[in-house]
Design a protein around this ligand. Structure first.
Ligand code: AMP
Length: 118
């Protein structure tokens, strides 16, 4: 999968379409999913143009990778996910069911998340 600079998350980052922002810093942006699958469903994305987890892990700078994971920790605290737990999902490519070709980590919680894969 190649990076499409016109993907919907790129448009959110540019401010061309609105979102319900949950977090932002120099390298990271997070917002509430438009079609939540749980009481808490937030998408964490790097501001850099990475198509999926593998691309991000291979090509992002150490600063970007550290900022991303620190943001995840900040969000799980702020969203109250640490007490009862949560699920983090990174879909990649067609077998992973990825719809938007800009790396994103789903943070899901607020209820038991059920079986891992159906
Ligand atoms: P994935 O299937 O892993 O690529 O997930 C893409 C996610 O983006 C889905 O959960 C969608 O509901 C979500 N999504 C799509 N468009 C928007 C949007 N404009 N604002 C917030 N979330 C969105």
């Amino acid at each position: 999968m190649t990076y499409d600079p016109n993907n919907i998350f790129a448009k959110i980052l540019k401010g061309d379409i609105p979102c319900n922002k949950a977090y932002e810093d120099e390298h990271v942006f997070a917002f509430h999913d438009i079609a939540p699958q749980a009481p808490v469903h937030v998408l964490v994305i790097p501001k850099g143009q990475y198509v999926d987890l593998s691309d991000f892990s291979k090509n992002a700078s150490e600063q970007e990778i550290m900022a991303f994971h620190r943001a995840v920790a900040h969000l799980t605290t702020e969203l109250g996910l640490n007490n009862n737990g949560y699920r983090a999902i990174a879909n990649s490519g067609s077998n992973g069911g990825q719809e938007v070709p800009h790396y994103h980590l789903h943070l899901l919680g607020g209820r038991p998340m059920g079986v891992m894969v159906s």
